[in-house]
Design a protein around this ligand. Structure first.
Ligand code: HEM
Length: 409
């Protein structure tokens, strides 16, 4: 191996060791060509500056054909069965211009306009319900699997218009797909989430049919009936769109909330400050996303040779952008290893950067700040009762288990 390991999924269960390695790479080897036994070779980018430079040039660095690190063996298996990112899924993150812009426009005004504001009251009532759940559970719970996993899922299902009783199915499918390398969350390792993915597509197909027959005012209908250049979207694109919203739309926010609570437990002064001044969550929600960086990386592929610093990325080479590392970059953040909800400006890359910048940002920030305020106004003395356990994945950064005890106020 020609580099410290920042790639294997196991390393992501040990945040201290991982950060030691990222820090070392930011200092000594910010752009590294990685040849790893599990993955096809790629360039690792670990600084804020380099990631921003590459991601902003989305005509030169495109999403197709390699969006995340997938083990070679799995890529070969998927290719041999005619499946894989180029065949059976086409989300807007997979798309390049001009398609990307055309498809993004279908929901952009919903996400950036009055859509999210209209849901604030609903987010508030769902947050209340999950703090009520903590009261029902007594004085102890696994905050990750009892609360954090369900609240954003409930919000996105309500926004998409999906029946609440289907939540356990959506959660299982999401975890099997996004945390495909974690043995605890994956029923069949050799499938790498493919079987769950197919079941989810089948399920979403019935929703699309229903919404096309009888449109309602939910986001599910906006997607099911979206037009591109005056034509209905193809089924592959429609299902992929709904799949992205119904999986990425909660997993990342759940991770933020679990990781945010852990940061509060580990920093009692910050916990006290935010409890005394809930307005700190106006900026604090972004700090939670910087701190946790729930998406560890996305990839791009060069369309022509490109010189960056002292390296040349060749046409056809892929780059992985390690957002978690960029979000601890000493060149950009003052005291990057301090969790500081008052941090402004906070130019973190947790939501990505460039043309694919997260559409769900406003919704996610609203959910984080609402839950944190509700929680701190009704729950006190929050302490760990066991070790937090991180998902074994180099793609998503979530807590699987966060055992706590607490007192309802
Ligand atoms: C804290 C929570 C969240 C985080 C950390 C997050 C992170 C990200 C990142 C890093 C990207 C960029 C992908 C790339 O550059 O290739 C992205 C894109 C996206 N996110 Fe989020 N996300 C979050 C919440 C949400 C929510 C709640 C939704 C709602 C459905 C959402 C929907 C999307 C969509 C549709 C895109 C694709 C945008 C495009 O390709 O133009 N995200 N997100």
């Amino acid at each position: 191996m020609n580099h410290p390991d920042i790639v294997s999924s196991q390393i992501y269960t040990d945040p201290d060791l991982l950060h030691e390695r990222y820090t070392e790479m930011r200092r000594n080897s910010p752009i590294t060509y990685i040849e790893h036994s599990t993955y096809r070779p790629f360039w690792a980018l670990v600084t804020h500056k380099d990631i921003s430079e590459i991601a902003k040039q989305n005509d030169l660095f495109i999403s197709s054909p390699r969006l995340t690190l997938v083990p070679k063996a799995v890529e070969d298996y998927l290719a041999s069965t005619g499946r894989g990112r180029d065949g059976s899924v086409r989300t807007i993150i997979d798309m390049d211009e001009p398609d990307h812009r055309n498809y993004r426009n279908i929901t952009q005004s919903w996400f950036l306009g009055p859509g999210v504001a209209k849901f604030e009251a609903r987010v508030q009532s769902i947050a209340k319900r999950y703090v009520n759940r903590m009261a029902e559970l007594g004085t102890e719970c696994d905050f990750a699997s009892d609360i954090a996993n369900w609240y954003p899922l409930h919000v996105i299902m309500s926004i998409l218009g999906l029946p609440e009783e289907d939540a356990p199915f959506i959660l299982r499918s999401t975890q099997a797909m996004l945390a495909a390398s974690d043995p605890e969350l994956q029923q069949d390792q050799s499938q790498y989430g493919t079987a769950e993915f197919e079941k989810l597509f089948e399920y979403l197909g019935t929703i699309v049919e229903k919404r096309r027959r009888e449109p309602t005012d939910d986001l599910g209908s906006v997607i099911a009936n979206g037009l591109v250049n005056g034509q209905a979207m193809g089924m592959l694109e429609t299902l992929s769109y709904l799949m992205l919203a119904s999986t990425a739309g909660h997993e990342t926010t759940s991770s933020s909330i679990g990781g945010g609570l852990l940061a509060l437990i580990q920093n009692p002064d910050v916990e006290k400050a935010t409890r005394q001044n809930p307005d700190l969550w106006n900026t604090g929600a972004d700090e939670v996303v910087r701190w946790v960086s729930p998406i560890r990386h996305f990839m791009r592929t060069a369309t022509r040779d490109y010189a960056i610093e002292d390296k040349v990325i060749k046409a056809g080479d892929s780059v992985a952008m390690f957002y978690l590392s960029a979000n601890r970059d000493e060149a950009v953040f003052d005291k990057p290893f301090e969790f500081n909800p008052a941090r402004t400006p906070n130019r973190h890359l947790g939501f990505g950067v460039g043309a694919h910048f997260c559409l769900g940002r406003l919704l996610a920030l609203t959910e984080i700040r609402t839950l944190m305020r509700e929680l701190q106004s009704r729950v006190s003395n929050i302490q760990l009762t066991g070790d937090p356990k991180w998902v074994q994945s180099n793609f998503v950064g979530a807590l699987k288990h966060l055992p706590i005890q607490y007192k309802m106020i």
